[in-house]
Design a protein around this ligand. Sequence first.
Ligand code: FAD
Length: 416
Amino acid sequence: MDTPRHAIVIGAGIVGICCAIELRRRGLQVTVVDRLEPGQGCSFGNAGILAAQAVVPIGLPGLARQLPRMLFDGSNPLTLRAGSLPHSLPWLWRLQQASSIDRVMRIADAMKALYGSTLLRHQALAAEAGTPELVRATPGLYVHRRAAGIDLQHGLAWRLRQQRGAQVELLEGAALREAEPALSADYVRGVRMGPMGCCVNPLRLVQAYAALLQRMGGTLRRAEVNALQPGADGVQLHIGAEALQADAVVVAAGAWSGHLLRPLGLKLPLIAERGYHLTYGDSGIRLNHVVTDIEAHFAVTDMEMGLRVAGTEELGVADDAPDWRRAEALQRHAQRLFPTARLQQGSRWMGPRPGLPDSLPAIGAVPGQSCIFVATGHGHLGLTGAPHTGQLVAELVIGTRPSLSLDAYAPGRFAG
Ligand SMILES: Cc1cc2nc3c(=O)[nH]c(=O)nc-3n(C[C@H](O)[C@H](O)[C@H](O)COP(=O)(O)OP(=O)(O)OC[C@H]3O[C@@H](n4cnc5c(N)ncnc54)[C@H](O)[C@@H]3O)c2cc1C
């Protein structure tokens, strides 16, 4: 392939916009096509965590024993949408396959390599975009109601993190209360972890990065891409009756990427890991950390719009109607965590995380296609991984050797 001159990125979420910025930085003419305005997909409402210490995949040893209870207990943080079994079962089978200790160790290394530099990367990008205030170096506080619920020495998740450089500090009693004064006294043990950070307005961050792209000379186009057709001189994108031509295309269409990739022969086991948030403009409390309730699997972030409570993992289809009972459960859990907070009036939202069963994204060329690239499947960590993914994709598109081995993220790794 000759060095491409014009690249089209499909998807103006955080991943697509970061890919576009890095392509433009390397001198390509870049167009981002999205049916919506930037940041209106899953990137709209995440918890904002820049999870530099995220090395723990969803599937851990012992998963097979826990799955039946998880799947049939609607109050569990991981649940299946009614009717989504045929879609979800093959994904769960692959999740189980990825949960052996050997696989977990390798996945943890690949997560660290991709996500470990997130804070520095976002700090640099946000400064370049003129919005440095959106990214903060904020530690995480992971809390539990039972002391036995946190075992820094023997718990696999804690060992994985510490072995890969996480700095942890155990807090109990008065020290825990001092760290986070609004925390309920029912929570007896916590771990402060860093270095990591948070974005205090994920939508505004995507918008700021999109504006930066435009200032750099990139273009945004509002349209739905129906199909991709590779040819001798690049790729045609079908947009209704119109066709756009590009030398290279990056599919960063989040949980919706599958239908563009399947006709090209790439069957990614991509599922919508649907999550919910509630945002309270007038909670009456402020936080010093991003606080995660380990037991109920949700996080609370102090954002510029107020307190955001985000979590749950509902396997299903991206565009199915939200099940607001999941958001109501989040509200009850958050009130248990912060009893004095005013959590009655909040805005609510559901977003589909683009999830692959081994908790790693797909970054690379579509097998057999030299001009079509994939950047999706970041699941719970798309905000965290977007800047590094953008750099790696841009290196691939211009044909230079990627600065990180991409084997672990190969889009074709699920074949067979
Ligand atoms: C509740 C919740 C909390 C989260 N918390 C965190 C967190 O704290 N930290 C973190 O790192 N991550 C978090 N995430 C995950 C993160 O939000 C996602 O991984 C990330 O937003 C995915 O970005 P994306 O660009 O791949 O997808 P999206 O943001 O979904 O963007 C995809 C875009 O593609 C467009 N598109 C799709 N198909 C087409 C088409 N055919 N034609 C044109 N356009 C198309 C869509 O309109 C959309 O705008 C959270 C997610 C949820 C739901």
